[in-house]
Design a protein around this ligand. Structure first.
Ligand code: 6GU
Length: 221
């Protein structure tokens, strides 16, 4: 999978060199491109935003700059993701869907967002375009939201996680399902013991206990 990020703060994406995503890049399971939007600015001040038509507070990102950044990288295989608090809420289902894409482009808006004609234009040209939000709160820009999405999406790509069994039994695999609590050594830590059933070696009882705990957490009983 190819992932492109368009941003005025390319440094936000440095952490994609770390951990599982860094390793997935080394293995060429994912390829990442980070593009500085300001390189496409058209005036001497490298301006990317301007005041909103109709008035009001804040600045809006100008369509021409976005057009110049997007045209060289967008193809019929691309899914253009415009990060905005007004978008559709990101969840595990959307992560699964997007993990099957060949190419994701994350358009990271700042200020009061991107001129809506950018969305209109690429949709009108037949590209897949979606506006996505990661939750009901307002961030200063889409960069951190894009990072959250990549964390959720990349781990679903075959080969990114060493042991694919880690992907079964997870929270949110089934809508609203939350995972049971987990424990490791030592058996007693600061006076707190591991539930004895987990030490019993009885696989049926362990599975029942875990299902029971998960049901309580998921409030489905
Ligand atoms: Cl994607 N962007 C911004 N600016 N704020 C958000 C968001 C995105 N998702 C939730 N809040």
């Amino acid at each position: 999978m190819k992932l492109d990020f368009i941003t005025i703060f390319p440094e936000f994406f440095e952490p994609l060199r770390l951990s599982l995503i860094g390793k997935a890049r080394d293995k060429s399971l994912i390829e990442i491109g980070v593009h500085d939007l300001r390189e496409h600015a058209t005036n001497v001040h490298k301006q990317v935003d301007d005041t909103p038509y109709g008035g009001g507070a804040g600045m809006v990102m100008m369509p021409e700059v976005w057009g110049k950044a997007l045209d060289p990288i967008i193809t019929k295989d691309s899914e253009l993701i415009i990060l905005t608090p007004a978008g559709k809420r990101f969840d595990q289902r959307m992560a699964e869907e997007l993990s099957n894409s060949k190419h994701l482009i994350f358009a990271c808006g700042r200020y009061e967002g991107i001129d809506d004609r950018v969305r209109q234009y690429y949709k009108g040209e037949g590209f897949r375009v979606r506006e996505v939000s990661i939750g009901d709160y307002v961030l200063n820009g889409g960069e951190v939201a894009a990072m959250v999405m990549v964390e959720a999406i990349a781990r679903l790509i075959p080969g990114v996680i060493g042991n694919p069994d880690s992907l079964t039994d997870e929270s949110h695999n089934v809508e609203g399902f939350l995972e049971y609590p987990t424990f490791t050594k030592p058996q007693i830590w600061r006076g707190l013991a591991v539930p004895s059933v987990l030490l019993s070696g009885n696989h049926k009882e362990i599975a029942d206990w875990r299902n029971n705990q998960a049901s309580k957490l998921s409030q489905c009983e």
